[in-house]
Design a binder for this molecule. Structure first.
Ligand SMILES: *Cc1c(COP(=O)(O)O)cnc(C)c1O
Length: 478
């Protein structure tokens, strides 16, 4: 595919712009010496170029997208439309509170509902993503210990199945990370946890269900061990899609939590667009939350900043339009719909697990929550086809591959999360695709090493692409 600069022909341009009727101004020395090297292209060619680019991507409207941990479900269009209402898009963040009461109500009510869903007392909607929420929650834990004059608590305990952002956030906040191993069932090893806690334990970070898609049956014991050692418990709520309306982190013994609105609550995810990672906490931590928060006063909704606030973690009030979508989603689903959505997510994942477990090895669990992990190691051993080969071949069938090589404790991992929005027909079609790839591995291993065959780019060097991206067009002779 040609780049815009390669399609450029001198003198081509968009033809419909009227002649400029504003007198030219001479900026003297401030004028650039050379005209910018912009591509010169006609409108129709420009349109085709971007349409061609759009066709190279895969979104949830193109096909199945079982990218584990990311919850790539279909988000109702109506919530997009609601978030685009002029009353929401036309406000200014510095507007006086009394002139933006509706928007403040959106913030306050969303916070209340998320607090109810997670079992927390207070909520900030400021953090812009999950990892940012982790950073904020860990600052709460740090502030709590320092406020009590307990400066020796420098360690955060993280299970070895954790998402990479957990240890990264702990390090950013200045903690040391202590990894605890998983037990044979894929949960936290209680003996290892008991051995890891001590007077230096600031807290624990945990997602439950974890990245293997397993709900830890020892969760009350885990949070008790941490509390007894004087630490606090942080819940990574990225997997809330599996339990919302059924189980609450607050009831599991967690003190603070983040929620990924762009996974569970109706904001499209994966295009790099804005997300939101609200953080909730129990009452005793609320005084450290970032401000401003919104509360209902005598004169209506107003801003306030908690007494020992850690300060802002983001400008203004967070990604407000993401919050609007979340409120619309929660209100439309309601108390019956929220648990039904997570029940269907769990049902779909178990349906897939059971239809795939004859061909493929699923090392942890006979059942799962909203996602499960296939181990391609036995297939690789037998036929040479790796998780990468299987994933690349799926692209030829119009399916976005599952998350690969994560969690790290399964070496040839494919982490499948179908979500509640997929039909049985889509799930059955996915099973047939995986089975036919399994058969291909037995009969024609080389084919799988070469896949995909239908994509513009097949197997890029991902490390170089991430580390040394070419972000500018390279003109001849440069
Ligand atoms: C996605 C995810 C995160 C991080 O969330 P971002 O919004 O991507 O920063 C943390 N933990 C788990 C388990 C996740 O799936």
């Amino acid at each position: 595919m040609q780049l815009l600069f390669e399609r450029s022909k001198p003198g081509r341009r968009l033809s419909l712009i009227a002649e400029c009727d504003v007198p030219a101004v001479d900026f003297g020395d401030a004028t650039r010496a050379q005209a910018p090297r912009l591509p010169q292209i006609s409108e129709v060619d420009l349109g085709r170029h971007y349409t061609e680019l759009a066709k190279q991507t895969h979104g949830v409207n193109d096909g199945f997208y079982p990218l584990g941990s990311c919850t790539m479900k279909y988000n109702p269009r109506i919530n997009e439309e609601l978030s685009q209402l002029p009353g929401f898009t036309g406000i200014h963040p510095l507007q006086p509170a009394e002139s933006a009461q509706g928007c403040l109500e959106v913030i306050a009510r969303t916070g209340e509902m998320l607090a109810e869903i997670t079992g927390m007392d207070e909520m900030t909607l400021q953090p812009a993503a999950g990892a940012h929420g982790e950073f904020t929650g860990l600052q709460l834990i740090r502030a709590y210990h320092l406020d009590r004059g307990d400066a020796k608590r420098t360690k955060i305990i993280v299970p070895d199945s954790a998402h990479g952002t957990n240890p990264a956030s702990a390090v950013m906040v200045g903690f040391d990370v202590v990894a605890v191993p998983s037990n044979a069932q894929g949960g936290v090893d209680l003996e290892a946890l008991k051995a890891a806690v001590g007077e230096d334990t600031a807290g624990l970070m945990l997602t439950n269900p974890n990245t293997l898609g397993l709900f830890d049956p020892n969760i009350l014991e885990i949070t008790r061990i941490i509390h007894e050692a004087g630490g606090l418990c942080y819940y990574d709520g990225a997997n809330l899609n599996a339990v919302m309306g059924h189980a609450r982190p607050g009831d599991m013994g967690f003190d603070c939590v983040h929620v990924n609105l762009h996974k569970t609550f109706s904001t499209p995810h994966g295009g790099g667009g804005p997300g939101s990672g609200p953080v909730g906490c129990k009452d005793f931590l609320a005084k450290f939350l970032p401000g401003p928060l919104v509360k209902k006063g005598e004169e209506g909704y107003e801003f306030f900043t908690p007494e020992a606030s850690m300060g802002r973690v983001r400008s203004f009030y967070g990604n407000f339009l993401v919050v609007v979508r979340a409120l619309a989603y929660i209100l439309t689903l309601g108390k019956e719909g929220i648990p039904e959505a997570s029940a269907n997510a769990v049902l779909n994942a178990n349906y897939l697990l059971h239809r795939l477990c004859d061909e493929f090895s699923i090392p942890y669990g006979d059942s799962c929550m909203h996602e499960f992990v296939i181990d391609v190691e036995p297939l690789k051993h037998e036929t040479g086809a790796s998780a990468m080969d299987v994933a690349k071949r799926m692209l030829d069938f119009g399916v976005h591959p599952p998350t690969m090589y994560f969690p790290l404790i399964v070496h040839e991992a494919l982490m499948v999360e179908p979500t509640e929005t997929e039909s049985p027909e889509t799930l059955d079609a996915f099973v047939e695709i995986l089975r036919s790839i399994y058969d291909e591995a037995q009969t024609d291993g080389e084919l799988l090493h070469q896949a995909p065959f239908t994509r513009f780019i097949g197997r890029p060097d991902e490390v170089t692409a991430a580390r040394k991206p070419l972000l500018r067009y390279q003109f001849d002779g440069e």
